[in-house]
Design a protein around this ligand. Structure first.
Ligand SMILES: [Zn+2]
Length: 216
């Protein structure tokens, strides 16, 4: 009984600590400018389409989920689901996309989403655009009628929200328009934790570099 109680207390504490940490941690400075990462070779642009429905969430996607939980307001809605999209499958079918709940109607949630997207697409201190996105293997983002894919310079219009003439459609479904969540896709190297961010100590948070390291 005592053991069970202790476990309960510890998990309550872990939850409280996690919430505390997410309120405290943030995206400043941009992790892409961490000295332990900045001068590592930058990952290339790469887009991987989904080929089949899988049953297991890849490790890099779990790592991304934990990183979001530690650093960004919001929560996970959905990751893996077999989902047709156009002629193919959505990236969720392979468990390589995270729907991260942040409602554009709620000011602080909208701000958190914008900060996340800005941080991912910002130039790093070496002048590389989209540095954190590339280092994490992020291949696509959708939020509030805007999208970013692959090597597009910046966010552009998300097709669902606009008609052929480029005019914003009315009566949009808020979820389909991604007004209530950020859709974050990883390419396969990111999903397999093979990109520079996941290979670096920066992925683990703000711990110091392992002993013996130069630390930069
Ligand atoms: Zn999604």
């Amino acid at each position: 009984m005592v053991g069970r109680l202790l476990v309960l207390m510890l998990s309550a504490c872990a939850l409280a600590c996690a919430i505390g940490a997410s309120a405290l941690a943030g995206l400043r400075p941009n992790p892409a400018n961490d000295p332990r990462l900045l001068n590592e070779p930058l990952d290339s642009y790469r887009y991987d389409y989904a080929e089949r429905c899988r049953s297991k969430v890849p490790p890099g996607v779990r790592a991304m989920q934990h990183w979001l939980e530690d650093n960004v307001r919001g929560e996970t809605w959905s990751i893996i689901r077999c989902e047709p999209l156009g002629d193919g499958l959505s990236i969720h079918s392979e468990g390589r996309a995270i729907d991260w709940a942040l409602d554009a109607k709620v000011r602080r949630e909208r701000r958190a989403a914008k900060r996340l997207i800005r941080t991912l697409l910002q130039k790093d201190a070496n002048g590389n655009p989209h540095a954190l996105a590339l280092r994490m293997g992020v291949q696509g983002l959708i939020y509030n009628c805007k999208q970013w894919y692959g090597n597009a310079k910046k966010l552009g219009p998300y097709t669902y929200c606009f008609n052929r003439k480029g005019k914003r459609r009315r009566h949009l479904d808020r979820t389909a328009a991604h007004m209530d969540h950020v859709h974050i896709e990883l390419n396969w190297p990111g999903a397999r934790e093979k990109t520079s961010f996941w290979q670096s100590p920066v992925a683990g948070g703000t711990e110091p570099p392992p002993s013996g390291g130069t630390g930069g």
